[in-house]
Design a protein around this ligand. Sequence first.
Ligand SMILES: CCCCCCCC/C=C\CCCCCCCC(=O)N[C@@H](CO)[C@H](O)/C=C/CCCCCCCCCCCCC
Ligand SMILES: [Ca+2]
Ligand SMILES: [Zn+2]
Length: 268
Amino acid sequence: MLKEFERGSSDVDWCEANYDIVPAIAEFWNTISNFLFIVLPPVLMYLFRPYARQVNASINLIWWMLAVVGVSSAYFHATLSLVGQLLDEIAILWVIIAAWGVWAPRRFFPRFCHESRKSFMLVMLGVGAISTILAFLHPSMNHFLLMPMAIPSVMCMFSELKRCNDCRVIRLGIAAFVWFSLALTCWLNDRLFCHIWESVSFPYLHSGWHIFIAIASFELCVVMAYFEAVTMAPERAPTLKFWPYDRCDLGVPYVSFKFAAAKPIKEC
Ligand SMILES: CCCCCCCC/C=C\CCCCCCCC(=O)N[C@@H](CO)[C@H](O)/C=C/CCCCCCCCCCCCC
Ligand SMILES: [Ca+2]
Ligand SMILES: [Zn+2]
């Protein structure tokens, strides 16, 4: 077996004790806490069928990629192998690149793209390809390079929220930011202050990160999809809904439409 596939071949190790619960899984709780990344995409693909049909089918690619992030991350924590680490990080990199390619508002495109989404997507593909090559040079530094990619994503969301007057959407965007802040606090504490958390017998903060970042990422994607629907199909009055408890804003958020798509007029 190539040594990069071997268990423990990654330089990165999280606070949770290794092989403590199940002999076959290095970090048990860090592995299973990725479940939201795997459970939510099929639900969202179902709820977003009208959106995929009438606004942008690429949303299904994003849901698939988030599921790949979940599987890669689970594989990484189960083995702590270098291949697992790179799969996890490269999957995160590409879902962020894809989300930017699909949802970045045209006013943020570099001037030479002349507001063409196709050109912007090519730029993003270039950025993704170069970053993927760089990821192999110093793998232990990768997460410190990935984390700052959250900054333009959060700024872009707030810049869109400022122009929005739907209270539900604004609340969802703020909730995404709160979950993201909680997630980041867990991630940093696990990385930097593991000895303190071990001394109080709670080395599980990285599992918290997985759960909170999954909620924040899915909510951010729903908010960005809503803005795209408002731009592309305003006549259909896109609305934010929650399944299964729409009345109390509880459950999985999705974009629905008040009016059906206009049927093409049949010529006699
Ligand atoms: C137009 C803007 C659209 C931006 C959309 C961004 C969509 C983000 C989608 C997914 C990010 C998922 C990250 C999940 C990571 C889970 C795996 C994991 O835990 N990996 C760690 C090792 O196990 C690794 O150390 C993590 C490294 C850091 C990852 C940095 C992720 C930045 C995420 C940006 C999300 C912003 C959410 C903001 C919400 C307001
Ligand atoms: Ca560990
Ligand atoms: Zn992780």
